[in-house]
Design a protein. Sequence first.
Length: 288
Amino acid sequence: MKIIDIIKNKKVTVSFEVFPPKEWAKIGDTKDVINQMVKDSPAWMSVTYGAAGTTSGYTTEIANAVKNGGVTPLSHLTCLTSTKEKINSVLDELEENNIENILALRGDIPKDFTMSDNQYYHHAFELVNEIKQRGKFCIGGACYPETHPDSKSRVEDISHLKEKVDCGLDFITTQMFFDNEAFYNFREMCAIKEINVPIVAGIMPITNAKQIKRSVELSNCSLPKKFQKIMERFGEKPEIMKQAGIIYATEQIIDLMANGVNNIHIYTMNKPDVAHKIMEGLSAIINE
């Protein structure tokens, strides 16, 4: 099923993200994670492409495992580290496996990467154009509530997002954020710029202190004082921090839903127990 149809047909959606293993020998462990996660009936599950494309070869395998578990898969596709030939090969593979949904991403720029190389797509909108020509996929894109790290300003960032959406995106999913006000401001700017596709809010439950530095670097997000206080008090106490992180993420989602944000994506970090606890905390709201 195409994700845009799921969004249109459901009042509330909560989806999960999973990532493939770095080694094929551990593919079974990831499939076990999926088997646990599908029990919580996420609206869909996205499968990452791997840093610098390192696990790109496993994405379709994991996406098929999601589909076999009865959940719609969303396959990430990163263009910057995959040649145009490789991209077309992956698209052929996804078509052959009846995987209908793609999250089209530029990806991080590797060290010493030559941006002038015409074997590669250098921007996500170029990848969107390529996928759109096939006419068979529902296409999602990424966005940054607190501005992409490579953008000079919020205005520039929103303009680039508008360009990407106009190439044919069906929906966009945000990077993680910990301050809902940042999301509400971003949503308002999108409306002003006439970015009218559904915006899926990306939430990452921080369950240990080591996560936070990398998370902030990836998403260019700020940490509200409330969250900083939680880290200061519980950061050195793993079990307490895990519980506090789950509660904070759940409260974020409840606030978002109360303010009309009906599509939530959870960056699970392949932790079924964390995803389950959040879904438990939302059970009555989801089924309203």
